[in-house]
Structures are given as C-alpha cells and as structure tokens.
Design a protein around this ligand. Structure first.
Ligand SMILES: [Fe+2]
Length: 525
C-alpha cells in the first residue's frame, strides 16, 4: 500500500511556505529602521537581528526540504523520516506566524513609516530577486526534465539578460518631477528642483541684459549624481525676475569622457519677493509625509507671499527620495517656484544616512542664519534633536549638543538688520536636552529685541505659556517675547498657520484640514 504523503512535505505546500517566508523576511528586514524599538522585547533571541537570522535559517530549512523532494520525487526516505515531517510542520507554522507578524507590522506602521519601508524594500529588491532566482535554479532545475528544464533555463536567461540590459541602457524617460523651491539661505537664493533619476541641474535667466546659465556645481565641477539639483543665484539676479530650470541626464561619469542622456527644462517661473510693509507667510510644520492633509489645511488659508517650512517633513532622511517627495515636490506645489521659502530643520531630518547631506542639497552651509525681507528680519535656528546625543534611537551618530553650543555662541554675536524680528525654531526651547543652553538662547533673543518665536514640534497649535513649569518660567523671564506653536499633523488632523506682518503687529491665523479656524489673533510688535 502506498504511504500517505505528509501534508507539510508536499511540494506545493513547501513552495508556498518558502515564498511566504521570503516575503515576510523581506518586509521584516525593510522595517529595520524600527528594529531598535523591537530589541528590548526580543532580548531572548538576541534582538530583532536574532529573529531575522532565525527566519533566514527556517527559510533555508524549507528550501532544503523542497530540494530533497524535487531532486528525487520517488525517494520515500524523506517521507518516512519523522524528523523531516516534524521539521516541515515547524517550518510551515513558523512561516505562517512570521507572515502574520509582518502583516501586523505593515498595518500598525501607517503611511509615515510604511512609505519608508517601501523605499528600503525597493533598495533590497535586487537582493530579493537574486535570492529567488538562485532558489528557483537550485530547487526546480535539477528536478525538471526535457522541455521543462529547457523552458526554465530560457526564462532565467532572458530575465538576467533583460536585467543586465536595463543597467547599461536605462529605458525610463527622464523627467523633471517638481516645480522649483527657491530657498532663501540668508546669503543667496538656492533654486532646488528634482528629477526622476540622476543628472545635472541649471537655472537660466537674463539679468541686466546678460543671459546667464548657472549650474549646480561644487568647486567648478557640475554635480551629476543627484535627484535634487541645487543652483545658487545671487539675490539681485533672481528677485522679481523670470527664470527656467533644466537638467541633463547623467548615465555614467568617467575620468575620460562620460555618457549623458536627454536635457529637460521647465518654466518659465517668476520669483516674486514681497518686501513691502505688509507681508503674508504660510507656516507649516510637522507634516510627517501627510501631504494631502497639509494641502487641505493650506488651501483654507488663501494666498501668501512666502513659505516658512518649520521642519519634520517625514519620519527621517534615510533616502534622498524622502527629501524629494516631502520637501522639494511639496515645497514646489506650495510655491510654484514663484515665492521664496525659509527652511528650518526639524528633529526628524537629523535621522538617517541622508541627513548629513540634506543641508547642502537644500543649499545651506549652515542651518542657522538671518534673512531680511523689507522692514522685517527672521532669525532662523537649528534646534537639532530633542533628546541627548547618546539616545539609542540615534545609532551613535549624533553630535547636536556641540552644534547647538556653537549656534548659541553665534547668537551672542549676530547682528540683525531690522528691529521687527521673528525667531524661527523647530523646538521653541532651541536646545531641548540642555535647559541652561535654552536659557542662554532666549537671553540672546531678548538682547536682540526679538518679539516672536515661531515653532512646531509639538503637533498642537497654541501660544505659550501652557501649564508646564518650564513654559511658565520662560513667560515670567521673557515677558516681551511671545512664542507660538504652529500646529502640524496629529491623527487625521493637520493644522497650518498664516502670519500677516504689518507695521503695527502680526496676525496669527491657523486653520485645520477640515476648514475649522483654530486661531485668529493679532498681537502688536
Ligand atoms: Fe519634531
């Protein structure tokens, strides 16, 4: 009598379990930016890395069982082996549980973390595909006979050939994917725009009868390895002037020669800079990649002459793509390349491998600076991270305390042109982990005659002081300074603000994405 085949050792069952576990392991690995939060709960396994290695080992076991079944289908030794049957069952259950855990991770991650996970998954995709190709060859090819074997070999060869061809001759059309964002760096304008793949960047305009083509370059060499293109233009050249942007695709750069693709352009745009006595500014903070909600709130605020980006556009800056989507494309949509932007770094742009490149990609040497607009001045600060540098979330990469100390030293000596002056800082404390340094910063504001501190970070919209002892202390110590927290994303709500600056004072308006007015108050200088 023929022995009944074990369910867990059937080829379709083993194949499904291996495929499911491959997908789940890929997702789990793509969430590695949050493994630091899992580690304390997975100590018994050696942390999330231990769990990942265990899952890879189980995947290897399933592939070995599958290979044994495929290579010798008639061999009953595996069927008879109690160990193989138990291992097959354990592998199947593990794959199911791990896939369930991966699904839960996706569900609780939501849009913000989930969108970063997809970027990590995209980065890992060649590795995953190579693994799958190797597994298919190892498991199925030896078991195939005749035409099946030839068909599988041809399929694999075609896939590999097409992959190689794609690398040498990219077929994706080259496009500009954002309107420009004109960053006011305090020294000049940085025109920032993005393309869908790497290339050079340039800005064309006519000033005083002379045509200019200015490139994104460093020390005389055009930059061609970025999605974001940053072109510095003097204030006087671009102010109230027309310009176009363009980019030439760079496929490969060599020591001798190079291979370029198509040149694309966009525009014209006209940069309109309002330097009159009445100016309006859209203020946005903490949009954390929830662009649609933010745009709905912004729509209710009507027109504005400039934009103040107060930081925290995304969960972090692991990839250039995150800055493209959440800063450049978003900023381009809000400004159409036609009004200037003041950029303030939030604490979430300090995280991830791209974080150290972000300032220069946005055109900034330093993220603390002053910018003048007619009779008003802005003092822009970089509050860095909100916890001490050695916090486990920062992966040993932070040196923000020193940065804040240097900034406060600079604050003590900085000259501000106009007496009507507004401080912009992501965190109102400026130096959240160091209370003494916060007081030193506010002492400097007081000496400089700052009237308002505009901040974000707390995802609420309100004036200070609230109930906290620290806020009460600051209200008493600095009665001439009013601090305002702009709003941002919270649950399904987004709140954006608008400031209207007049010689008499500042009107604060804040509106939610549902059109509800949250604040409407005017305060004198
Ligand atoms: Fe923040």
């Amino acid at each position: 009598m023929k022995r009944k085949q074990s369910f867990f050792l059937r080829v379709p069952v083993l194949s499904c379990a291996a495929l499911l576990l491959t997908a789940a392991v890929s997702v789990f690995r793509a969430f590695r930016m949050v493994w630091v939060f899992y580690d304390p709960n997975l100590r018994f396994l050696g942390g999330a890395t231990g769990l990942f290695l265990l899952a890879v080992a189980v995947l290897g076991l399933l592939l070995v069982l599958l290979a044994l079944r495929m290579w010798k289908p008639q061999n009953e030794t595996i069927e008879k082996s109690r160990l193989c049957r138990v291992l097959g069952a354990l592998g199947f259950v593990f794959a199911l549980l791990f896939a369930l855990a991966a699904a839960v991770m996706i569900y609780i991650a939501g849009h913000e973390t989930g969108s970063v996970m997809l970027l990590w998954l995209k980065k890992d995709l060649p590795l995953i595909l190579a693994f799958l190709a190797a597994a298919v060859l190892l498991v199925f090819l030896p078991g195939c006979k005749g035409r099946g074997k030839a068909a599988l070999a041809v399929c694999m060869a075609v896939v590999l050939a097409l992959g190689a061809l794609w690398v040498v001759f990219p077929v994706m059309p080259y496009r500009i994917v954002s309107d420009p964002v004109v960053m006011d760096t305090g020294e000049d304008y940085a025109v920032v725009f993005a393309t869908n793949t790497q290339g050079t960047g340039f800005v064309r305009y006519n000033f005083d009868g002379t045509d200019y083509t200015v490139y994104a370059q460093t020390n005389g060499r055009r930059i061609g390895d970025r999605l974001m293109h940053t072109v510095h233009v003097p204030y006087v050249h671009l102010k109230n002037n027309r310009y176009t942007v363009g980019s030439t695709r760079v496929i490969e750069e060599f020591s001798y020669g190079g291979r370029n693709g198509k040149t694309v352009t966009a525009g014209p745009y006209t940069l309109q800079v309002n330097e009159s006595a009445e100016q309006t500014y859209l203020v946005i903070s903490d949009w954390h990649s929830y662009l649609d909600d933010a745009k709905k709130a912004i729509f209710h605020l009507g027109d504005y002459d400039g934009v103040i980006m107060l930081g925290d556009p995304a969960a972090g800056m692991d990839f250039e793509e995150q800055a493209v989507r959440n800063i450049v494309q978003f900023g381009g949509a809000l400004t159409g390349g036609e009004i200037p932007v003041l950029y303030v770094r939030g604490n979430h742009e300090t995280r991830g491998a791209f974080a150290d490149l972000l300032p220069s990609y946005l055109g900034y040497d330093k993220l603390y600076y002053t910018a003048d607009r007619g009779p008003y001045s802005f003092l822009v600060l970089d509050s860095g991270e909100d916890k001490p540098d050695d916090h486990v979330e920062y992966g040993g990469m932070d040196d923000y305390k020193r940065n804040r100390e240097q900034m406060v030293d600079w604050l003590k000596t900085v000259q501000v042109k106009n007496d009507k002056m507004i401080v912009l800082s992501h965190a109102w404390q400026v130096s959240e982990p160091e209370p003494a340094l916060s007081r030193a910063a506010w002492d400097a504001f007081s000496k400089l005659g700052a009237r308002f501190v505009i901040s974000g970070h707390e995802h609420v919209c309100r004036f200070l002081p609230g109930d906290s002892a620290q806020e009460q202390e600051y209200a008493e110590a600095y009665p001439n300074i009013t601090a305002y927290i702009d709003g941002g994303h919270k649950g399904k709500t987004y709140i954006a603000s608008k400031l209207t600056l007049t010689p008499q004072g500042v009107r604060f308006e804040a509106v939610s994405n549902t059109g509800e007015s949250v604040v409407d108050q005017t305060l004198p200088w």
